[in-house]
Design a protein around this ligand. Structure first.
Ligand SMILES: Cc1cc2nc3c(=O)[nH]c(=O)nc-3n(C[C@H](O)[C@H](O)[C@H](O)COP(=O)(O)OP(=O)(O)OC[C@H]3O[C@@H](n4cnc5c(N)ncnc54)[C@H](O)[C@@H]3O)c2cc1C
Ligand code: SF4
Length: 506
């Protein structure tokens, strides 16, 4: 008797046990495009197209390798549009009772699958840290700081290590990776993959089936196979990685990608493996002279942050998803979906998002995330927005980044202080402010940058919680020096910004 092997949209990896253990004679792979998964948030159309196209290519590669595949297309009339329904239908029609699936990346789906009879969950061995290892590491620690986790990971996997010591003598070169942008930066062109018949068919389907979802479907130039994703990795390592570090935090309106890798969607979907990505970066340092601040900075994101947020997610769910430590209850303003705001920084970040299903980390953290933090937007609504609009978004990685890093809604489990910043920071790190309706250096009045008064209002609202934080003592010293009148003016201005936000005038 064979086994039904369910492959989810983000499990397109040949090295998973679900694939390596398969028997070509008796087992059948099941892959299904179901509305339940495609619609539980309003996913960006490019995200749906990327995943459906990558799934169809993966299924084709499985068949070419001699495996039996049952592929359920979105518009198949018999499609039940739920994974549970498709498992049951396949079981009955193929007369297979045993089902195996790699652990999903989402707590919700794991509960559904684990509750089904004769369904075995296999470990997702693409990650470099298992949930069990993370929980052991976390046990007894008051704070789960990424930096210490990252050092353990470097040691455990021997990445960027020389004789048991970190390459170059330091674990972290972040201080060299905060340069503001300067005129004349030349950012290499990105690869653009030709659309084949499968991708064209999927693009037609998505345009037909998801007419009201956010985002632009075209131009579409994602990699949709492993060999294309490997080309993207090679291109990044050879031409872009050397500059990654220095300009990691910089933002330019005309450059949605800066020197970022664009690899997250491919790693998360399984077209690339995190270890091979780290090893490729390390080779660039050891063999091709790529600067250590760039290589270490990049590896810290993949080996450190990416593994850390996944560990934190499984360690803390389901309670983590409901956290709202700062008691934030404003509705998400409509401009997150439309980009219709006079704040040029937010408008630009949303425009990049809608066009590419991508924006880089600093836009996510210090523009859209920072605004939501300062304005006190309900974390659940912010979480659903991030989960919907990015091609790389799955709950295991998106939720801790949104709730923990951007919104401090976990009360500081992840970050020792909130990532809150005023207009001065955004002006220093971007070219957005020069084309803005508002003035970054004006705190109060008609042209006042909303990030200024909202920043001070946020600090004042949460003074009790943050005043004793040594990393924020200078902030509260400045606030106290302002005196009552100025404090009151800033707080009234913040209320005016919030009212304008609620009325769609910001
Ligand atoms: C509010 C918010 C939401 C986010 N949502 C997601 C998400 O849904 N999916 C997602 O993959 N990342 C998310 N991130 C993390 C990060 O912004 C993206 O991984 C990154 O922007 C992807 O672009 P890139 O591949 O060009 O990354 P690069 O800047 O080139 O970084 C290299 C790689 O490191 C990894 N990485 C970097 N930062 C993080 C991080 N904080 N957490 C996990 N992995 C990281 C990614 O795999 C990325 O491809 C979020 C960050 C914030 C602040
Ligand atoms: S002035 Fe303020 S709102 Fe405008 S781009 Fe700068 S930071 Fe953003």
């Amino acid at each position: 008797m064979g086994t039904l092997r369910l492959v989810l949209a983000d499990q397109l990896s040949a090295r998973l046990d679900i694939r390596t253990r398969a028997d070509k004679e008796t087992d059948v792979f099941l892959m299904a495009e179901v509305a339940e998964e495609a619609s539980y948030v309003r996913h960006h159309v490019k995200k749906i197209a990327f995943l459906f196209s990558a799934m169809r290519h993966y299924a084709e590669a499985l068949q070419q390798a001699g495996y039996r595949v049952r592929y359920v297309r979105f518009e198949d009339p018999e499609n039940t549009h739920s994974l549970k329904g498709e498992i049951e239908r396949a079981r009955t029609e193929l007369n297979l009772s045993e089902v195996q699936v790699t652990e999903p990346g989402e707590w919700r789906l794991k509960q559904v699958l684990a509750s089904m009879d004769e369904v075995t969950l296999l470990e997702d061995n693409r990650f470099l840290c298992s949930p069990q290892w993370f929980s052991r590491w976390a046990e007894g620690r008051k704070q789960l700081r990424m930096e210490y986790f990252y050092r353990e990971m470097r040691r455990a996997h021997g990445i960027l290590m020389d004789d048991g010591k970190p390459c170059g003598g330091e674990w972290n070169y972040d201080a060299e990776n905060r340069a503001p942008p300067r005129d004349g930066l030349v950012i290499p062109r990105r690869l653009s993959f030709r659309k084949d018949a499968i991708t064209r068919e999927v693009l037609d389907l998505v345009a037909r089936a998801f007419p009201d979802n956010p985002g632009q479907l075209e131009p579409f130039h994602f990699a949709v196979t492993r060999s294309q994703a490997l080309k993207e990795l090679d291109h990044f390592v050879a031409h872009i990685l050397p500059q990654f570090g220095t300009w990691q935090d910089a933002m330019l309106g005309r450059e949605p990608y800066m020197y970022h890798s664009l690899l997250s969607a491919y790693i998360n979907a399984g077209l690339l493996y995190p270890l091979e990505v780290c090893q490729a970066a390390e080779r660039a340092y050891r063999e091709d002279g790529a600067p250590l601040n760039a290589v270490e900075g990049f590896i810290r994101q993949v080996l450190g942050w990416r593994e850390y947020v996944r560990g934190l997610y499984w360690h803390s769910m389901p309670d983590y998803g409901a956290m709202n430590a700062l008691d934030a209850h404003e509705d998400l303003p409509w401009f997150y979906w439309s980009g219709d705001t006079q704040m040029n920084c937010v408008r630009t970040a949303v425009a990049h998002t809608l066009e590419h299903a991508y924006s880089h980390h600093i836009q996510r953290l210090m523009i859209t995330g920072n605004f939501a933090l300062l304005a006190g937007i309900d974390p659940k609504q912010v979480h659903e927005w991030y989960l919907a609009v990015y091609a790389d978004a799955y709950e295991w990685v998106e939720l801790p980044n949104t709730l923990g890093m951007a919104l401090h809604a976990d009360g500081g489990i992840m970050a020792s202080k909130p990532y809150a910043a005023s207009g001065a920071y955004i002006n220093r790190m971007s070219d957005y402010c020069k084309d803005c309706h508002y003035r970054f250096d004006v705190p109060v009045g008609e042209k006042a940058c909303p990030f200024n008064a909202l920043y001070w209002d946020f600090m004042a609202r949460h003074e009790e919680r943050f005043r004793k934080n040594p990393r924020l003592s200078y902030v509260y010293a400045n606030w106290a020096r302002m005196g009552d009148e100025r404090q009151m003016a800033l707080r009234l201005q913040a209320q005016a910004h919030l009212q304008a936000m609620r009325e769609g005038r910001l």
